[in-house]
Every structure is written in C-alpha cells, then in structure tokens.
Ligand binder design. Structure first.
Ligand code: DC
Length: 229
C-alpha cells in the first residue's frame, strides 16, 4: 500500500532553495527524491525537439505519456530521455520558460500525475515542486512552502549560472523569474500556492543549513516514527 509510505513535500517558486533542501533532506533520511520541475522541463525539451508549440496539446500529452525518463540519484545529475543524455538542456533558462508554459496545460498535468505518484517508494519520498502538497500528495506527513524575495532569488540563480559559465544579465533574469512566477501562480489548474497545512519558510536571509535545520525540527515533530533520526 503506497498510501502508508511517508512523504514530505517542499513547494515554492524557483530560487528559494527548495531543490537543494529537498536533496539534502532526502540524503539525510535515506529517502527517494522527486524533482517534479524536471519532469515539466523534460517535456519542454521533448516538445522543443519536435518543434511542437504549446497549443499542440495532444502531441505534447502523447509525448509525455510515452517518454522514458531515467534520473541518476543525485539532484542536477544525469537525466536520460528515451536513452539520450539531456541534463544540460533541462537546466537551461529557455527550458525553464517553456516548462512554465507547458505546465499550464491541464491535460499535461493529468498525464504527469500518476508518474509523479509512482515515485512514492519505500522507505519514503521527498517531493519538490509547485503543487506537491496541494495536488500530488495532499496526505503528505509534512509540507513546506519556501519563499524568498524575487531579488534574492534572481541573485541566487545568477550566481548559479555564472558558476556554470553561462553569461546572463541580472535584470533580465529578475524579469524572467517574475513573469514565470506570475504564470505559475495564476494558472487555472494546480497554481503555485501553499497548502493550507504547509509550514511557510522565508529563506531570504537564511543559509541552507538554517533552512534544513528548521525543516528537520518540523519533520521530527510531525513524523517521529517515519524519521527515527
Ligand atoms: O522547479 P523548476 O524551475 O524546475 O520548474 C520548472 C517549471 O515547471 C516551473 O515554471 C513551474 C513548473 N512546475 C509545475 O508547474 N509544477 C511542479 N510541480 C513543478 C514545476
């Protein structure tokens, strides 16, 4: 019964540190990790490869239903799409933009729903995304929603990209982040919002260690039997 397998959800906009926190938490607990944003990004890579537009809904959904995806265990590690290594394309800013557009297609979200739930495997799952606590795993044992100011999130993304050798403009990055957040928060299906029972953490002035500690305290309190740490 997968319903008895513990799940922790970490939602929020990009640049709040949720991907890093989700990975560290999964490592600490020895649990599986679902990077759900990567699934939308992979669909975006596939759609771009086939020159599909966002109104080619049936083709995009057919592709997503049939795609074979293999993640390496590490966050931001290797990603194989139908046998081809695509991790570089997955992390590009243009892929993030297209991912936000395809993520607004209700039929696609439906296609990806079961695929995301299939990540719920023993001994437990940490799920990172936008609607993990609201839609995909509404009965999760602990839910978090991370926020940070748009300026701080743009700065973090800027540093990440510069470190990877990608040349970017901070102001343009901030605009892109704001417009993606607006689309993600205002779409009709599964909009970006905290679950009613999520703990909201503003990470603007916190270090990764401080956020992880706050999350672990909450997790230990809410799921003592699942997280005998
Ligand atoms: O977390 P990310 O930047 O990799 O996500 C890429 C896009 O996918 C983001 O703009 C919103 C969308 N997304 C979503 O709609 N639902 C999720 N659970 C995860 C991501």
């Amino acid at each position: 019964m997968t319903a008895s397998i513990p799940v922790i959800t970490i939602d929020g906009p990009s640049g709040t540190g949720k991907g890093t926190i989700a990975q560290l938490l999964a490592d600490t607990l020895g649990w599986h990790l679902l990077d759900s944003g990567a699934l939308y990004r992979i669909v975006a890579v596939g759609a771009a490869d086939k020159s599909l537009k966002t109104n080619n809904i049936k083709e995009i959904c057919d592709f997503a239903a049939a795609m074979k995806v293999v993640f390496s265990t590490r966050f931001e590690g290797s990603i194989l799409l139908n046998g081809e290594e695509i991790s570089f394309q997955v992390r590009l800013e243009e892929t993030a933009e297209l991912a936000s557009q395809v993520a607004a297609i209700p039929q696609l979200r439906e296609v990806l729903l079961q695929r995301q739930r299939d990540f719920r495997l023993e001994p437990g799952l940490v799920a990172d995304g936008r609607d993990m606590g609201t839609v995909v795993f509404p009965n999760a044992g602990a839910k978090f929603f991370l926020t940070a100011s748009a300026e701080e999130r743009a700065q973090r993304r800027y540093k990440q990209l510069i470190n990877k050798g990608v040349s970017v403009n901070l102001r343009a990055l901030l605009q892109d982040i704001n417009s993606r957040d607006e689309r993600d928060a205002n779409r009709k299906v599964s909009p970006l919002r905290p679950a009613d029972d999520a703990v909201v953490i503003d990470t603007t002035t916190l270090t990764i260690e401080e956020v992880l500690e706050a999350v672990l305290i909450e997790v230990r309190a809410k799921m003592p039997e699942a997280t005998a740490l």
